[in-house]
Design a protein around this ligand. Structure first.
Ligand code: AHR
Length: 524
């Protein structure tokens, strides 16, 4: 019986052994060949007045026992500083098209409702000054979305005057009286949000005429933003790939081609969530390899969607003056059981880390056109960087990916060629690996490689031309399971750990763990 068992075990091991053998993938990188700059703004964040994204996530108020600076949580600020957030899009989302800025300034705030997101009370205690203070604390720029759906060009124009003028107008004096004599800078102006849907269900032509009016009259008066650092105006763009969306892109871009001195845009927004099917039914935790592979397949559709809309933009704007700004993206799952469905609460797993890396790589490969992106959303909502519960805070797997990618901010894209091979599960086939490379301002080469295969390690051999590589080291992010998460009680389940690569004879050799995201820098 014993020898039978040993024999059986040996047979199983022989069959199983090749399954666990590392797959080999060869990359080829020539650091002397460079592409477009990977705009740091593709690492932008999005903070909507939705659930506990702003209230509790950022704002606890100056009287809170939670350590804060002028009402803004210190722990959250510290964590966000470490990922060098370039810009924050605010106040929405759908919320933006119902937001009236005067409700959120001065000593007496107007208490309203938030009908889009759970119908809860909107206290307006977090308004313009608090948002700007928050940006100052984390070192990010402002991406303000103005209300086109239920506001007026005059309301938006006055908000911009209030924020940006240094001239002694009534609005400037009001801003100074509210505590900020110096004008604010606004880096990006979003002209509406999803105007084809929650932003007013407009036709492309109707939106276009609204957008032109806003573009004309909503001015930035900050004297430091007239020649350099001009505010970039982002028009509403597509939200999918069907004719409805290609028509939208066509309409706006065709008009742009013929635009006159009186209006202009610098960006076209695109929204694309990885969801599978609406309403969101995939769970954010407690799933297996089937859901892992399916969801990653959905997320890779981002590439085709960008290519499709970029091709339309190329027709009307071959010089690529108008950026494609993917200002809402990320995984959108079924709400966590017991949570308010209007608050879009979900967990954030290792799968989300891989999803984030794949999307950031897609943006980097389209760096000539995609010059901005905002993951939805920064705290406690959808694919968040951070989760909070009263005084507790936990950093998600997605947060760590953003941290590992900091060196890619404003780095120059370096093409990588490789045959990724395939990882298959059931009827889903995915590239086994994904990779990007870039050179930072000091000339250092950075390489990111994702191993999508949840079962098998990958041995990477990268030939490096154009540099004399001496060593390479960095970090890798993985965890025991595809749905591993960080919780308030176990915050270190998905945590980057150091990794080193062998460099010899112009080749870099690195072993990737299954289901992992790895970033290494090459020393010369
Ligand atoms: O991010 C949540 C919502 O998704 C936004 O408010 C809206 O723009 C989109 O539909």
């Amino acid at each position: 019986m014993r020898s039978l068992l040993v024999g059986f075990t040996l047979i199983v091991m022989t069959i199983a052994a090749p399954m666990m053998a590392a797959q080999k993938v060869e990359l080829s990188i020539d650091a002397s060949k460079t592409g477009a700059k990977i705009d740091r703004n593709i690492f932008g964040q999005f903070a909507e007045h939705l659930g506990h994204g702003v209230y509790e996530g950022i704002w606890v108020g100056p009287d809170s026992k939670i350590p804060n600076t002028r009402g803004i949580r210190n722990d959250v600020v510290g964590a966000l500083k470490a990922i060098k957030v370039p810009n924050v899009r605010w106040p929405g989302g759908c919320f933006a098209d119902e937001y009236h800025w005067r409700n959120g300034i001065g000593p007496q705030r107007v208490v309203t409702l938030n009908p889009n997101w759970g119908g809860v009370i909107e206290p307006n205690t977090f308004g313009t000054h608090e948002f700007m203070d928050f940006l100052d604390q984390i070192g990010a720029e402002a991406y303000v979305s103005v209300n086109v759906g239920s506001g007026t060009p005059r309301e938006a124009a006055e908000w911009l005057e209030y924020m940006t003028t240094a001239q002694p107008t009534t609005l400037e004096k009001e801003r100074a009286a509210n505590g900020h004599p110096a004008p604010y800078k606004i880096a990006y102006l979003g002209i509406g949000n999803e105007s084809w849907d929650c932003g007013g269900n407009m036709t492309p032509d109707y939106y276009l005429s609204q957008m032109k009016t806003y573009s004309r009259f909503v001015r930035n008066f900050n004297s430091e933003q007239q020649d350099k650092q001009q505010m970039l105006k982002i028009a509403v763009g597509p939200g999918g790939d069907g004719p409805r969306w290609t028509d939208w892109t066509e309409t706006v871009m065709k008009a742009y081609q013929q635009h006159t001195w009186s209006w202009d845009i610098n960006g076209l927004s695109m929204h694309n969530y990885t969801v599978g099917h609406w309403p969101p039914s995939y769970t954010s935790v407690g799933f297996g390899e089937t859901e892992y592979s399916q969801f990653l397949k959905f997320t890779l559709e981002m590439d085709g969607l960008i290519s499709k809309h970029a091709a339309i933009m190329d027709k009307y704007d071959p010089d690529k003056k108008v950026a494609l700004v993917v200002d809402e993206w990320g995984g959108w799952y079924a709400p966590l059981p017991g949570s308010n469905p209007g608050f879009l609460v979900q967990q954030n797993s290792l799968r989300d880390a891989i999803l984030a890396a794949l999307n950031l790589n897609i943006f980097a490969r389209h760096a000539d056109r995609v010059r901005g992106a905002n993951i939805a959303q920064m705290i406690n909502v959808l694919q968040a960087m951070i989760m909070t519960e009263k005084e507790k805070m936990v950093l998600t797997p997605t947060y760590y990916v953003f941290k590992m990618y900091v060196p890619f901010q404003d780095a120059t894209f370096v093409p990588v060629t490789f045959d990724a091979g395939w990882y298959t599960h059931g009827d889903v086939a995915l590239p086994r690996v994904d990779a990007i490379a870039a050179k930072d301002a000091s000339g250092k080469l950075w390489l990111e490689i994702t191993n999508l295969d949840p079962n098998q390690p990958v041995e990477v051999e990268a030939s490096l031309a154009g540099i004399t590589a001496k060593s390479a080291a960095g970090e890798t992010l993985t965890a025991p399971k595809v749905d591993s998460v960080n919780t308030f009680d176990t915050p270190n389940t998905v945590l980057p750990k150091p990794v080193s690569a062998k460099v010899q004879g112009g080749k870099l050799a690195l072993k990737l763990e299954p289901k992992s995201v790895t970033v290494v820098s090459v020393e010369q």
